[in-house]
Design a protein around this ligand. Structure first.
Ligand code: HEC
Length: 210
């Protein structure tokens, strides 16, 4: 029976389970199984209150008073810090039109580090060429065919724009202008060396690069 009138059965007093001391809820009975009004564990109740308090604080702090910035504002704040940092530390401007290979040992060492990290995979440990062309010979693919000259400027443009269809990606976002100038200066130190297993010359034969 599902609709026992509990008050009638217990003379106005709620029926209490002897074992758990919980009150029986009236009106829920099925096949003799009845529902107890179990007390929720204290920790659960406090956790529940905590979520309510959190929600109120969150609502007031973020949406009503706007004490704290929302994600979008936070992002904008961080980006403005980055913009200020960039303004305070401008990237040294590399004058591409008048670029010449660097010769200082520190620049060549920095260039070598970049080469070993990135370029070595395709251009070979001794610049002998693998997937990418050989840097030890006097043949270059990306020289200036109209004036029949090549300089570090031409190579700079290759590194900046890449030759995607051949597998050389652009490095303008990975490397700063100075880093590119350094790695190109290092590459030019391969000129005239004779490593074993060189890749066959590609492109046009130019004189020594400057
Ligand atoms: C995934 C392979 C790959 C990597 C890595 C790579 N290159 Fe290349 N690179 C190539 C290929 C392929 C070519 C030839 C493009 C063509 O045929 O036009 C090339 C061409 C070049 C050229 C022009 C050569 C010429 O004969 O005109 C330069 C300079 C060069 N790479 C520099 C670099 C530098 C510097 C790095 C490292 C920062 C680098 N490459 C990393 C594949 C690579």
């Amino acid at each position: 029976m599902s609709n026992i009138d509990e008050n009638k059965l217990h003379q106005g007093e709620p029926e209490i389970d002897e074992l758990t001391k919980d009150r029986y809820l009236g009106g829920h009975e099925y096949d003799g199984i009845r529902e107890l009004d179990n007390k929720l564990p204290r920790w659960w109740v406090y956790l529940f209150y905590a979520t309510i308090i959190f929600a109120i604080v969150y609502m007031l702090g973020y949406h009503v008073t706007k004490w704290w910035p929302l994600q979008e504002a936070e992002y904008a704040n961080e980006m403005s810090v980055v913009a200020d940092l960039k303004k305070a530390n401008p990237e040294p401007v590399v004058d591409i039109a008048n670029m010449v290979p660097l010769t200082a040992a520190a620049d060549l060492a920095a260039g070598e580090a970049t080469y070993k990290k990135i370029c070595i995979a395709c251009h070979g440990p001794q610049g002998q060429g693998l997937v990418g062309p050989n840097f030890t010979d006097e043949y270059w693919i990306h020289g200036d065919s109209t004036t029949n000259t090549i300089s570090i400027k031409n190579l700079y443009n290759v590194v900046i724009t890449g030759v995607i269809e051949k597998g050389m990606i652009p490095y303008k976002d990975q490397l700063s202008p100075t880093q590119i100038q350094q790695v190109l200066s290092f590459i030019l130190t391969f000129q005239g060396t004779n490593p074993p297993n060189p890749k066959a010359p590609q492109g046009v034969k130019y004189g020594k690069i400057s």
